[in-house]
Design a protein around this ligand. Structure first.
Ligand code: NIG
Ligand code: FE
Length: 406
């Protein structure tokens, strides 16, 4: 199918080669695509003759951005934890709730009890609502199973989601090292062996994940335990990613650089030395402002990342504990107010830089010839206005692989 989108008031290409503020903005633009790939983008007045006979779609004067990429979610889980949210509002900390058996372990119990079909149906509902907001690609983590079979169950849910309409590019991450499950409370060594010697090889054998993540934190895993998990992961072609320095400085940012992680996520307590090491290693910093808000920790000033020349992405961290929302545009607005990104930087953070955090940047994240025709039509007069005026949904059109989703 070939098409030209016309009547575009402004279009942000988010070029891969650009600097942190470069939107590659075109006013009065046109966009041509065929077979799900972009062929041409530029000022409408310069549309080459060969595209003028192609069928058109009228953007109605909307703004156009690349499809948003949510590069950090825990999409598949059972149950919710609204009571813990209320407790935290009354002053309890995330750590206190976890220490008395709430938190992640509560979701683990509920998720173990759920069937693959139940988890699939629920996650597909979330995913379709995300797509309606303009999210056209995403990363999904396991981590609420914590037995070999339950982790594989979650990763199989993600494989089925990738194959289901609307066929979003979806990449999966093994987060077997989320926390030590209760049956291994007195045998951490046993759980690490299960992860490294049984689960990781099974994930590779079934090609169920591209990445391996570890939650490095007090109450979760130590840097040395993470090194061991990443060594096993790399031997089975899984690329490291890290939940780092979320609730305390454990040296997570430097560890991410040391193991060559593609991203380090959260980073509220990251040191300047850690950020410099990330810059050197090319590790992307992923801001998760929903989690910052609900855990009541001081936000990371993202200008520290930019000064250190670390690329910054923004994601939702959607999960039932620290981030119970998949509203990525709202997370971008928060990244501006809490983390001091500009709206332009935030948009790049959920497009080209999010693509980088998933090794997808040659295919996704910008509106450039050769990339997938994933884009969003916005009822907004500019990128600044879009993230300033927080609305239920400013997306008036969403195209996934060149097909109209809404
Ligand atoms: O990214 N930090 C660890 N994991 C999640 C929280 C998961 C949960 O509370 O269920 C996070 O914030
Ligand atoms: Fe997370």
């Amino acid at each position: 199918m070939s098409r030209v989108l016309t009547n575009i008031r402004w279009l942000a290409t988010c070029p891969a080669a650009g600097g942190p503020d470069d939107l590659g903005l075109i006013t009065d633009a046109a966009l041509a695509w065929r077979g799900g790939r972009i062929e041409w983008v530029g000022p409408a007045a310069e549309l080459p003759a060969e595209y003028r006979s192609w069928p058109t779609e009228d953007a109605g004067g909307a703004g156009v951005i690349p499809g948003l990429i949510d590069c950090h979610t825990h999409l598949a889980f059972a149950g919710w934890r609204a009571d813990e949210f209320a407790e935290r509002c009354r002053g309890a900390t995330y750590g206190e709730i976890a220490a008395r058996g709430g938190g992640i372990l509560r979701t683990v119990a509920a998720t173990r009890a759920a069937s693959e079909d139940e988890l699939f149906a629920r996650s597909l509902g979330f995913l379709r609502e995300m797509a309606a907001l303009g999210v056209t690609a995403l990363e999904c983590k396991s981590g609420y199973g914590l037995t070999v079979e339950d982790e594989l169950k979650l990763l199989r849910v993600y494989r089925r989601l990738a194959d289901a309409p609307p066929h979003l590019p979806l990449t999966a991450t093994l987060l077997g090292a989320h926390v030590v499950p209760p049956e291994f409370r007195n045998d951490r060594e046993g759980y690490l062996r299960l992860l490294c010697e049984d689960l990781i090889p099974r994930v590779e054998a079934e090609s169920l994940a591209a990445f391996c993540d570890v939650f490095v934190e007090e109450g979760a895993f130590t840097p040395d335990e993470a090194r061991r998990v990443f060594a096993a992961a790399e031997g089975h072609s899984l690329i490291p990613k890290l939940h780092a320095d979320q609730l305390s400085d454990t040296g997570g940012a430097a560890l991410a650089a040391e193991v060559g992680a593609v991203s380090a996520d959260h980073l509220e307590f990251a040191s300047d030395a850690g950020l410099s090491a990330m810059a050197e290693a090319g590790t992307v910093a992923v801001l998760l402002p929903f989690a910052t808000l609900t855990t009541h920790v001081p936000p990371l000033d993202a200008r520290r990342c930019l000064r250190a020349c670390v690329r910054v992405a923004v994601a939702t961290d959607f999960n039932p504990g620290s981030a119970p929302s998949y509203h990525l545009p709202f997370a971008l607005s928060l990244a501006c107010s809490l983390n001091r990104l500009t709206p332009a930087q935030a948009l790049r953070g959920a497009t080209i830089n999010a693509a980088r955090a998933l090794h997808w940047d040659t295919l996704l994240g910008s509106l450039q010839p050769g990339k997938r025709a994933d884009f969003v039509l916005l009822d907004a007069e500019s990128v600044d206005h879009w993230l300033y005026h927080i609305r239920p949904n400013a997306a008036v059109g969403v195209f996934i692989g060149g097909e109209r989703f809404r």
